[in-house]
Design a binder for this molecule. Structure first.
Ligand code: GLN
Length: 531
C-alpha cells in the first residue's frame, strides 16, 4: 500500500474565496505530473448531506455515480480532473455525528464518555484516511467554512492531530482574502495575519498561504505575509481574480503552487507539464465569439450556483465546438403564453432546468409549447423533461389538465407519476432514484451519433417518472421514447424526431460533463443551436 500524502485546504477571512477551485486546480497540476490524486470535501454543517437543502442555501446539489447527494465543489473536482468521486468524497458534521452516535448505541465505546475529542475527531480522521487506503499519492481535503467558525473547530483539531501522527505526510494550505482599499490604494494583509493567528491558536501552522486578491500582489505584500505568518516567501501564492475558473490551474502553475507542495513533501520536482490541451480550451473560453444565445429557464435564476453544472456543461460543449455560448437565465415564473414569444424569440436554443415542487412549472410548460411549435432547439433536464411530457399531453394529445402527480395529485392524466417503490417513502433524505443507471438508446435517437454507443450510463436524482401507461399514445403522436432503462423499462429520453432538436432527458447529463470530456447531450444540443 502507498503511503498517501495529505493536503488540507482551509479558508480564512470570508467564505466563497474559491477553496474548491484551488483544490481542484492543485489536483489537476499534480495529476499532470503523473501522480494519482483524489479530493474530498468536509462540510461543517449538521445536515447529513445537501440533498435536503434548498438550492438557495448552498447552490446545486451534485450527484455522484454511486448516488451520493453532495456539495457542488465535487462537481468542480470532477470537471477539472476527470476523477469519479463517491460518497466518501463528501462528509458532513451530520454524518460524522450520526456514525459516532450509532456506535455509541451499539455499545462500541465500552462505557466511555463520548466526546468531541477524541471520538468526533477520530471519526473525522478515519474518514480522511479512508481515502488514503485507496492507494492515491495525494488526498486533498478541503475543509468547508472559515477558520474560526465554531463548526470548523473539530476539523482543524483533526488536522492538528494528523500533522503529529503522519508528520511529513501532511501539509496545510490556507486560502485567505487580501482586500484592496481603494481610498488607501492599498492591499491589506491584516485579515490574513489574524486568520493565521486563529489557526495557530488551534495548533496548526499553515505551510502555504494562497492570497485571493483583486489586484496583483506587490513584493511588499508577499514579504509581509511571509514574515507575519511564518512561511517562506515562495510559499505565499497569489490567486488574482480571473474571467474563467478554468484559468486558475494555469495561474497556480505560474505561481508554482504544485512545486511548492512537492518541495514541502521532499519530492523530486521535474519540469512543469505543458497543460497544452487545457490551455487551448481556456483560450477558447476566454476569447471565442459569443454569438449563440441560450436561454436557461428555471426558478432559481437569482442564484447562478443553483445551475452550476448545467452552466459549466454548456461552456465545455461550446469550447469543444469552438464557441462560447451566451447563457441567459430566465425566471420560469415570469413566463406565460402571452409574453413567451417576446422573451424567447431571440434565442438559438432553450434549456428547461430541473427542479422540485409546483412553483414556476406552468411557465416551463408554456416555454416548451413555444419552442416545440416554433422548431427551436430544446433540451429538458429531469423536471424539464417531465414538463415536456405534460405539455405534449395537454396540447397535442388533448389530455386536459394532464400533469405530474407531484404538482397535481388527482390529475385525470397522471403522465408523470411516482414509481411504486417511492409510494411508501417517508424520509426525504437520500431516498430518490439516485446515481448512475443504465439506458439503452434506440437507433432513431439524435443523440446516438455523439454518444457513439447505444448503451449509456447516466446519473439520476428524482422521484417521479414517465407513466408507461401512456407511452403508446405519445409515440403514435410523434414523441418517441428513444432511451429506455433496460432493467426497469422506465423512459429515460424522449425526442420528437420531426422537430429540429427536441430532447428531454430524465437523467442529469450535466453531472458528467468535464472540461476535457464535454458531454454528448450538450454537444448535440449546441450543434443544433448553431445550425
Ligand atoms: N421533481 C421531479 C422529481 O422528483 C424532478 C426532479 C429533478 O428535476 N431533479 O421527479
Amino acid at each position: 500500500m502507498k503511503n498517501s500524502r495529505y493536503i488540507f485546504i482551509t479558508g480564512g477571512v470570508t467564505s466563497s474565496l474559491g477553496k474548491g477551485i484551488i483544490s481542484a486546480s492543485l489536483a489537476k497540476l499534480l495529476q499532470e505530473r503523473g501522480y494519482s490524486v483524489t479530493i474530498q470535501k468536509l462540510d461543517p454543517y449538521i445536515n447529513i448531506d445537501p440533498g435536503t437543502l434548498n438550492p438557495y442555501e448552498h447552490g446545486e446539489c451534485y450527484v455522484t455515480d454511486d448516488g451520493a447527494e453532495t456539495d457542488l465543489d465535487l462537481g468542480h473536482y470532477e470537471r477539472f480532473t476527470d476523477i469519479t468521486t463517491s460518497q466518501a468524497n463528501n462528509v458532513t458534521t451530520g454524518r460524522i455525528y450520526q456514525s459516532v452516535i450509532n456506535k455509541e448505541r451499539k455499545g462500541d465505546y465500552l462505557g466511555k464518555t463520548v466526546q468531541i475529542i477524541p471520538h468526533i475527531t477520530d471519526e473525522i480522521k478515519r474518514r480522511i484516511k479512508l481515502l488514503g487506503k485507496e492507494n492515491y499519492d495525494f488526498v486533498i481535503t478541503e475543509i468547508g467554512g472559515t477558520v474560526g467558525d465554531i463548526e470548523s473547530f473539530p476539523y482543524i483539531e483533526a488536522i492538528r492531530q494528523l500533522k503529529w501522527e503522519l508528520e511529513d505526510r501532511v501539509i496545510t494550505i490556507h486560502l485567505t482574502l487580501v482586500p484592496y482599499l481603494s481610498a488607501a490604494k492599498e492591499l491589506k494583509t491584516k485579515p490574513t495575519q489574524h486568520s493565521v493567528k486563529l489557526m495557530l491558536e488551534s495548533g496548526v501552522q499553515p505551510d502555504i498561504i494562497v492570497l485571493r486578491t483583486e489586484k496583483p500582489l506587490t513584493s511588499g505584500v508577499r514579504e509581509k505575509v511571509a514574515k507575519f505568518c511564518n512561511v517562506n516567501i515562495g510559499a505565499v501564492i497569489e490567486s488574482v481574480d480571473v474571467s474563467t475558473i478554468y484559468e486558475v490551474p494555469v495561474l497556480m502553475q505560474k505561481e508554482k503552487l504544485d512545486e511548492v507542495v512537492l518541495k514541502k513533501f521532499h519530492l523530486e520536482i521535474k519540469t512543469a507539464p505543458p497543460l497544452k490541451k487545457w490551455k487551448k480550451i481556456v483560450k477558447i473560453i476566454k476569447n471565442a465569439e459569443t454569438k449563440i444565445k441560450i436561454a436557461v429557464v428555471g426558478k432559481y435564476v437569482e442564484l447562478p450556483d443553483a445551475y452550476k453544472s448545467i452552466n459549466e456543461s454548456l461552456i465545455h460543449a461550446g469550447a469543444h465546438l469552438s464557441f462560447k455560448p451566451e447563457i441567459h437565465y430566465i425566471h420560469s415564473e415570469k413566463i406565460n403564453n402571452d409574453n413567451v414569444q417576446d422573451i424567447l424569440s431571440a434565442f438559438d436554443g432553450v434549456l428547461v432546468a430541473p427542479g422540485f415542487g409546483h412553483r414556476g412549472v406552468e411557465g416551463k410548460i408554456d416555454t416548451i409549447k413555444y419552442v416545440r411549435e416554433n422548431n427551436i432547439p430544446f433540451l429538458g433536464i429531469c423536471l424539464g423533461m417531465q414538463c415536456a411530457v405534460i405539455e405534449f399531453a395537454r396540447n397535442v394529445l388533448n389530455m386536459e389538465n394532464a400533469n405530474s402527480t407531484e404538482m397535481h395529485p388527482t390529475t385525470p392524466f397522471p403522465v408523470i407519476d411516482l414509481m411504486e417503490e417511492q409510494k411508501s417513502v417517508i424520509n426525504l433524505g437520500g431516498t430518490m432514484r439516485l446515481g448512475a443507471y443504465r439506458c439503452k438508446l434506440k437507433n432513431d435517437s439524435k443523440l446516438i451519433e455523439e454518444y457513439a454507443t447505444s448503451e449509456i450510463k447516466e446519473r439520476h436524482r428524482h422521484r417521479y417518472e414517465f407513466n408507461n401507461k401512456f407511452l403508446e399514445e405519445f409515440e403514435n403522436a410523434g414523441m418517441k421514447a428513444t432511451g429506455i432503462n433496460p432493467d426497469s423499462d422506465l423512459v429515460e429520453i424522449f425526442e420528437i424526431p420531426a422537430h429540429k432538436w427536441f430532447t428531454g432527458v430524465q437523467f442529469h447529463p450535466e453531472y458528467k460533463s468535464t472540461v476535457l470530456k464535454p458531454h454528448p447531450v450538450f454537444i448535440s444540443f449546441l450543434k443544433a443551436c448553431k445550425k
